[in-house]
Design a protein around this ligand. Structure first.
Ligand SMILES: Nc1ncnc2c1ncn2[C@@H]1O[C@H](COP(=O)(O)O)[C@@H](O)[C@H]1OP(=O)(O)O
Ligand SMILES: [Mg+2]
Ligand SMILES: [Mg+2]
Ligand SMILES: [Mg+2]
Length: 359
C-alpha cells in the first residue's frame, strides 16, 4: 500500500500497537500465573488486559494526541492494589517491538507506573459520532485467552461514527488463511509455531492478513476475502463458546433452516470475524440471549470493517448496520449477523423466521 493512501499512518501505527500489545499478552500467558481478579461486573480480567491497554494507548497518545479513545478497562483497581500495579508495570516496561525504529514510532517506553495508570484511564471517552475516536479491546475473549484458546487484541478508528481502520491481532489462530477451522479451536493449547495472525482493513481499501510475528517493519499483507458459497448448505458458521453471549439453540435452528449440516465452530472473541473474513468459515451469528445486553463498540468495530472489506455484510438481527456513533455501546442494535454479502439476505431471513417463532 502506498504511503499516500488514506489512513496509511493510522494503519501503520495501529498494526504496530497491536503487535506490541500481543507480545505482552503472549508473555502473560507463558510467563505469569494467569490469576484473575474480579471487576465489578465479575468478568475475568487479567494483568494482560491492563498491560495491553496501557501499551496501545501510549502508542496512540504519542502519534495522535488529539484523538479520543474508548477502551474497555479502567485503572481504578490498580490504584488501590500496589502488587497488581507493580506486576503489570514490570511487564509493560519490558515489552518492546524487536525493531528499534518501530518501537520508536510508538513513542518508546512509558515513563513510570503512574503514567501507565493515567494512560489506561485515557480510554474513558463517551464515544459519539463526531471526530476521531479509537476503540480498544486489549484482550477480547479473556476466557479463551485463559484456556489457551482464541482471543484477539482489537483496535479500530472511527471518524464521525464510521469505522475507517480496523486491526485484529489473533495470537492463537493459524497463520495459514486456508487452514480449516478445527473443532477444538476454542481450546487448542498454545500460541506456538504456525500461529498468530494480524488482520487489518481500511475502509475502501480491502482487508489483509499477515503473520503477527512478521518483522514489525514489514508493511502490507495478503489480501483476504470471504468465500463465495454457491449453496449455504456448504457453509460453516461460527459462534461464541459462551452460551450466555449468544443463543446456541436459536443459532442451531437457523443453521438447520439454511440446510447447514456441519457443526458450528465455537471460539471466543473477534477471531470469529477474522476467520470468516479469510474464508475459514462463512457466517457469524450472535443472537441475543438477554434482551437488555448492549454490545460494546470495542467488541465489534475492527471485525465489522474487516468482514465488510473482505466482501461480507454485517448487520444486527433486524438488518440494520451496526451503529458505532452513539456512545460506548451499540445501543441501537441487537445481535450480529455477518455473512458473505451475496448470502446475507438469506441468512437474515432465516434469523428472523427463527426469532419470530420464538415469540
Ligand atoms: N451477555 C452478554 N451477551 C453478549 N456478549 C457479552 C455478554 N456479556 C459479555 N459479553 C462480551 O462478549 C465478548 C466475548 O464474546 P464471545 O463470547 O463471542 O467471545 C466479551 O467482550 C464479553 O464482554 P467482557 O469482556 O466484558 O466479558
Ligand atoms: Mg472483558
Ligand atoms: Mg471483548
Ligand atoms: Mg476485553
Amino acid at each position: 500500500m502506498s504511503s499516500s493512501s488514506a489512513y496509511s499512518q493510522e494503519l501503520y501505527i495501529a498494526q504496530l500497537a497491536v503487535q506490541r500489545a500481543s507480545i505482552l499478552t503472549k508473555r502473560v500467558f507463558h510467563e505469569k500465573a494467569k490469576g484473575t481478579v474480579d471487576k465489578n461486573d465479575k468478568s475475568p480480567v487479567t494483568i494482560g488486559d491492563f498491560g495491553a491497554q496501557a501499551l496501545i494507548i501510549a502508542a496512540l497518545r504519542h502519534n495522535f494526541p488529539d484523538d479520543a479513545i474508548v477502551a474497555e478497562e479502567e485503572a481504578a483497581q490498580l490504584r488501590t492494589d500496589e502488587n497488581l500495579k507493580n506486576t503489570i508495570w514490570d511487564l509493560v516496561r519490558s515489552t518492546k517491538l524487536d525493531d528499534a525504529a518501530s518501537e520508536q514510532a510508538l513513542g518508546g517506553a512509558i515513563k513510570d507506573a503512574d503514567e501507565m495508570l493515567d494512560l489506561i484511564d485515557q480510554g474513558n471517552s463517551t464515544g459519539g459520532n463526531k471526530g476521531r475516536i479509537w476503540a480498544i479491546d486489549p484482550i477480547d475473549g479473556t476466557k479463551g485467552f485463559l484456556r489457551g484458546g482464541q482471543y484477539a487484541v482489537c483496535l479500530g478508528l472511527m471518524v464521525d461514527g464510521d469505522v475507517k481502520v480496523g486491526v485484529l491481532g489473533c495470537p492463537n489462530l493459524p497463520v495459514d488463511d486456508k487452514a480449516p477451522l478445527a473443532a477444538d479451536i476454542g481450546s487448542n493449547g498454545t500460541d506456538d509455531e504456525g500461529h498468530g495472525v494480524l488482520f487489518s482493513a481500511v475502509l475502501g481499501q480491502g482487508a489483509t492478513s499477515r503473520p503477527l510475528a512478521a518483522s514489525s517493519k514489514e508493511q502490507g499483507g495478503r489480501a483476504i476475502s470471504m468465500r463465495s458459497i454457491d449453496s449455504l448448505a456448504d457453509a460453516t458458521f461460527c459462534e461464541s463458546v459462551e452460551a450466555g453471549h449468544s443463543a446456541h439453540g436459536d443459532q442451531a435452528n437457523i443453521a438447520q433452516k439454511l440446510g447447514i449440516t456441519k457443526p458450528s465452530v465455537r471460539m471466543d472473541s473477534q477471531a470469529k470475524y477474522g476467520s470468516i473474513a479469510r474464508g475459514a468459515g462463512d457466517i457469524y451469528l450472535r443472537l441475543p440471549v438477554k434482551a437488555t445486553y448492549q454490545e460494546k463498540i470495542w467488541d465489534h468495530a475492527a471485525g465489522d470493517l474487516i468482514v465488510r472489506e473482505a466482501g461480507g455484510q454485517v448487520t444486527d438481527i433486524h438488518g440494520n448496520r451496526l451503529d458505532f456513533g452513539i456512545g460506548r455501546t451499540l445501543a441501537n442494535n441487537k445481535g450480529v449477523v455477518a455473512a458473505p454479502a451475496a448470502s446475507h439476505a438469506k441468512v437474515l431471513a432465516a434469523v428472523q423466521e427463527v426469532l419470530n417463532a420464538r415469540q
